[in-house]
Design a protein. Structure first.
Length: 158
């Protein structure tokens, strides 16, 4: 239902959100999120263009969230790289359905609307607060570049 790019973007945002504002290099992000480094540049570019991620060059540079995890919804992340499809007109072009979707397509669109509402009401902070199912299975794994662990908020017990 959702693209691989959406999945990658959500992994990246969750990882950066767990770092409490500490920058991460592309290499570190790729390692921790298991997103291919070459493709990660495209994902980071989309996230930057929509104001979710900020990147800085140079010593101690890298990518960070441009907003707090509580200000970023899952919908924001998915919308930055993709869109949640909605059914506005009959996909089959049936003229009788021009004013009102048929029962099948109306139900499909209702399901998509439910997903959209759930994504709009769930923040990255919500994801990071769930102790039982932290995003990214290896958030405590050592990162390349000698930075140590990706711990941040995701590795902290509350």
């Amino acid at each position: 239902m959702f693209s691989q790019t959406s999945e990658y973007a959500l992994r990246v945002i969750a990882f950066l959100g767990a770092r409490d504002g500490k920058p991460a290099t592309t290499r570190q992000i790729a390692h921790a999120t298991r997103v291919p480094e070459g493709y990660l540049a495209k994902v980071l570019q989309s996230l930057s263009r929509t104001g979710l991620v900020r990147s800085q060059r140079g010593l101690h540079g890298g990518s960070v969230l441009a907003k707090t995890p509580g200000e970023i919804t899952i919908y924001d992340v998915v919308s930055a790289v993709d869109s949640i499809p909605r059914i506005r007109t009959c996909p089959l072009g049936v003229k009788a359905h021009a004013q009102r979707l048929c029962a099948l397509h109306r139900r499909l669109d209702d399901a998509l609307e439910t997903v959209e509402k759930a994504f709009r009401s769930s923040t990255v902070a919500d994801l990071l607060e769930e102790e039982a199912s932290r995003p990214l299975c290896d958030v405590d794994a050592p990162l390349p570049d000698g930075v140590g662990h990706a711990k941040g908020r995701a590795g902290t017990k509350r």
